[in-house]
Ligand binder design. Sequence first.
Ligand SMILES: Nc1ncnc2c1ncn2[C@@H]1O[C@H](COP(=O)(O)OP(=O)(O)O)[C@@H](O)[C@H]1O
Ligand code: SF4
Ligand SMILES: [Mg+2]
Length: 342
Amino acid sequence: MTAPASPTKVRGETILSVDNLVKHFPISRGVLFQKQIGAVKAVDGVSFELRRGETLGVVGESGCGKSTLARLLMRLETPTSGRATLEGRDLFKASGSELRRLRRNMQMVMQDPYTSLNPRMTVGDIIGEPFEIHPDAAPKGSKRQRVQELLDVVGLNPEHVNRYPHQFSGGQRQRIGIARALALRPEVIVCDEPVSALDVSIQAQVINLLEQLQDEFGLSYIFIAHDLSVVRHISDRVAVMYLGKIVEIGTEEEIYERATHPYTQALLSAVPVPDPDAREDRNIIRLTGDVPSPADPPSGCRFRTRCWKAQEVCATQEPHTVRRAADPHPSACHFAEVRPGA
Ligand SMILES: Nc1ncnc2c1ncn2[C@@H]1O[C@H](COP(=O)(O)OP(=O)(O)O)[C@@H](O)[C@H]1O
Ligand code: SF4
Ligand SMILES: [Mg+2]
């Protein structure tokens, strides 16, 4: 399998651009005459860029809108508003052959390798399924060979093409999911918590495989996780999400060494530290309570009900992502600053 190479494709240029993306799920009441009484603001104004060949980690607690964001990008959900372009083409306006091309170029790896693979299909049929929709990707008669190549690429035995998902371990099943995502040679892969359901010992193997495939095929990843420690190794940049919004985004170093948003600082505080001395010195911030309902988010700053730094202004004015001269990565907090002694 060869990488999709083109002299015009430059590593580091923007491949995917997301601008003020919103997804509100309506809440309705009434049997005969359904009336909308509210909305779950799952994604509420998300903007970012993904560069060619990079991994953007997306992190936040459960319910923050990460999967909805992934599903919007895969066009499995229709946005309420906002725009996204893949290689300059409008993702949400595309139709017909242009949509087919865009779909082919962006694939997804799901969270749960146990439920995302059809138990009644052989591994060969699962991995080869995208070729049924895009027959030009595997010329007639070459499908089996292509599937076996894909098994080999993800570190599975090509001879196991006729086996069923239950004959594989969790980590192997996630490799099958990755092989299926690679089948159409996409340039962007959205990985929605691809290792969350796996044992810790297996997580690193799957992450290493994704990194190796990225180098080999020049892939760009959106890598979603609920834990900052999982994405550190693989991410070039990290976006931290809270209640439908990105609250801080920066390079790996900016987020892990110089986080300025209290939510990011709290998530970092929960990351285990292997060194016992460093552990003792650490000033832990405990995040208490659950994420509030996205149907009724707090006024002003959405994090204020759980923030130890909250002031009056936080309830009345929504903080927008600002760049400070001293630390130019964006952080949506009125009092953004690096935490001393963190
Ligand atoms: N189809 C849907 N209808 C209504 N609410 C939804 C739907 N999908 C997700 N939600 C809600 O949107 C919010 C964000 O969910 P999700 O994107 O799955 O978050 P995450 O992946 O970060 O855990 C949650 O409150 C969830 O209940
Ligand atoms: S704006 Fe206020 S409530 Fe929000 S994170 Fe900053 S200090 Fe906390
Ligand atoms: Mg999710």
